[in-house]
Ligand binder design. Structure first.
Ligand SMILES: [Zn+2]
Ligand SMILES: [Zn+2]
Ligand SMILES: [Zn+2]
Length: 243
């Protein structure tokens, strides 16, 4: 006899239709509209499964498994940002000089800065040019407060790649090539992290079907996986779009 399938939320047996999340938990379909889902891992928030959860003042829901690593402190955030920057340098993605102003912000502030375009962070860049040559630049990096560490790192890598583009005066790339490259940069950092959370972020990147971020990532991924990271970095400096 097969062991009965139990619902990870209510622990009762499942006989009819059910829903399975990325982590292998199965749930009765009827919970889906009633029980809040964690914005960061997709689990249903419950005492048993996620040790509960919390709602941020801007409405985001986060379970306690994700909240454990949440970045809510500016000093911790800046340290992680520097670590990501260092890893990018090792990949040949150099931003010099690197003196970012760094801020943790809520969703309404992010929306007022970035509109609906960026989901977890935003970068602002200003440069001083003399005869067309960049002499100096300043950068502000804004990341949503309270992201679990793996999401925070994803957002940092993405925004740092935008800054790399600006710092090289590469400002007229197609949104698909630019956003896809920024997502791919996050992938490069995540794939070395070897944690279940990092694997989940990679899964999200891979499964994203949106026309700019998702499709862009898939195209850049395909190029860099077959021809290498160096080829891709060279490509973005010599092309405006990706086919
Ligand atoms: Zn149930
Ligand atoms: Zn979660
Ligand atoms: Zn972006």
């Amino acid at each position: 006899m097969r062991t009965p399938l139990l619902c990870s939320h209510c622990k009762r047996q499942i006989t009819g239709r059910y829903f399975k999340d990325y982590w292998g938990n199965s749930y009765h379909v009827e919970h889906l509209n009633k029980v809040p889902t964690c914005n960061y891992c997709g689990r249903l928030i419950s005492r048993e499964l996620t040790k509960g959860g919390t709602t941020y003042s801007d409405g985001r829901r986060i379970c306690m498994l994700c909240h454990k690593s949440a970045v809510e402190d500016r000093v911790k955030g800046k340290l992680l940002l520097k670590t990501v920057h260092h890893k990018l340098e090792n990949l040949g993605i150099e931003i010099l000089p690197f003196r970012p102003e760094f801020y943790l912000i809520d969703r309404s502030r992010l929306k007022s800065l970035a509109g609906s375009s960026e989901k977890q962070g935003f970068a602002r860049f200003q440069r001083e040019t003399v005869n067309g040559i960049i002499r100096n630049f300043t950068m502000d990096i804004y990341i949503l407060k309270g992201l679990p560490e793996s999401s925070f790192i994803t957002a940092c890598a993405h925004e740092l790649m935008h800054i790399w583009f600006y710092s090289r005066n590469l400002t007229d790339l197609s949104p698909q090539l630019e956003e896809g490259s920024c997502q791919f940069t996050a992938y490069l950092i995540l794939k070395d992290m070897i944690s279940p959370e990092a694997s989940y972020r990679i899964h999200q990147l891979m499964e994203d079907k949106s026309p700019i971020y998702g499709k862009g990532f898939q195209k850049v991924f395909k190029m860099a996986e077959s021809k290498g990271v160096k080829y891709w970095l060279n490509y973005v400096q010599n092309h405006k779009r990706i086919l």
